[in-house]
Design a protein around this ligand. Structure first.
Ligand code: CP
Ligand code: NVA
Length: 301
């Protein structure tokens, strides 16, 4: 594994290896043990979109690993003034040990990896959010003891989260049941991948069908970063796609609820369901740190 660009590139074995390493990383933190596996290493973090969790977890993760992280806001650097990605990649490769990038177009992340000579980690694009889904899988495994054979349900927009959950879930052997309205389906590349798993994958426009017997119910915002102008139309399209008490009634009695956050209460999830599952949701948020440290150690260590 040279980069971490999308889960489509990562094998099942590599996903499990990263999850095991993430559990070890978490243990170091819990025991307060020094684990400077990246002593003297520097990670550049390019942000073309806002972030709370991704920035905090990568920056803290690099510090805990004995390295350093640099916050690079696209609009305050030459990236925002149009310096070509090919040049940014080559400059950064001369000084840094790795790059984390959060941007719009997946092609930009792929180009950065292709033109540079250091590992590139995808911190969210419009296409996918692989780091988040590693944290999600870690959280599910912690709570349920296993992943294989469990049923994951995702309700809402066929966005970056849906794309990564489908690929990650199927690769680790979960059943994946998705409910999205027409016009908001997952990416065609992901649908093509999922077609290889006819016994594990279903896509419907009926949330109740997708949530049936689920072990974990997941949702995300209706309007992602960069789609602000579509907010009104999206609220109308997703009106019936809420994770609420009624929907949870058809999932397994001990079903978990996850949300990558930020959450918009009473839109994609009711406050009631959110608070009932807050422990799981904030474990998930914390696990960003541990899961990403595993990725960092694997790529930069
Ligand atoms: N879930 C997630 O990526 O959060 P941020 O946008 O705050 O980084
Ligand atoms: N789908 C959301 C995820 C935020 C972490 C977005 O792209 O804005």
């Amino acid at each position: 594994m040279k980069h971490f660009l999308k889960l489509l590139d990562v094998t099942t074995e590599e996903i499990y290896e990263l999850l095991d390493l993430a559990a070890v990383m978490k243990q170091y933190v819990k025991e307060g043990k020094e684990h400077h596996f990246l002593k003297g290493k520097t990670l550049g973090m390019i942000f073309e979109k806002s972030s709370t969790r991704t920035r905090i977890s990568f920056e803290t993760g690099m510090f805990q690993l004995g390295g350093h992280a640099l916050f690079i806001s696209a609009k305050d650097s030459q990236i925002g003034r149009g310096e070509p990605t090919q040049d940014t990649a080559r400059v950064m490769s001369r000084m840094l040990d790795g790059i984390m990038i959060r941007t719009f177009d997946q092609a930009e992340v792929e180009m950065l990896a292709e033109c540079g000579s250091i590992p590139v980690i995808n911190g969210l694009t419009d296409f996918c959010h692989p780091c988040q889904v590693m944290a999600d899988l870690l959280t599910i495994r912690e709570h349920k003891g296993t992943l294989e054979g469990l049923t994951m349900c995702y309700i809402g927009d066929g966005n970056n989260m849906a794309n990564s959950l489908i690929v990650g879930g199927l690769k680790v052997g979960m059943k994946v049941q998705i409910a999205c309205p027409d016009g908001y389906h997952p990416d065609p590349m992901v649908m093509e991948f999922a077609a290889q798993f006819p016994d594990q994958f279903t896509l419907t426009d009926k949330p109740m069908e997708a949530a049936k017997d689920a072990d974990v119910v997941i949702t995300d915002c209706w309007t992602s970063m960069g789609q602000e102008e579509e907010k009104k139309a999206r609220e109308a399209a997703f009106a019936g796609y809420q994770v609420n008490k009624e929907l949870m009634g058809v999932a397994k009695a001990d079903a978990m609820v996850l949300h990558c956050l930020p959450a918009y209460r009473e839109q994609e999830i009711t406050n009631e369901v959110f608070e009932e599952h807050a422990d799981e949701i904030f474990d998930e948020a914390e696990n960003r740190l541990h899961a990403q440290k595993a990725v960092l150690v694997k790529l930069l260590g």
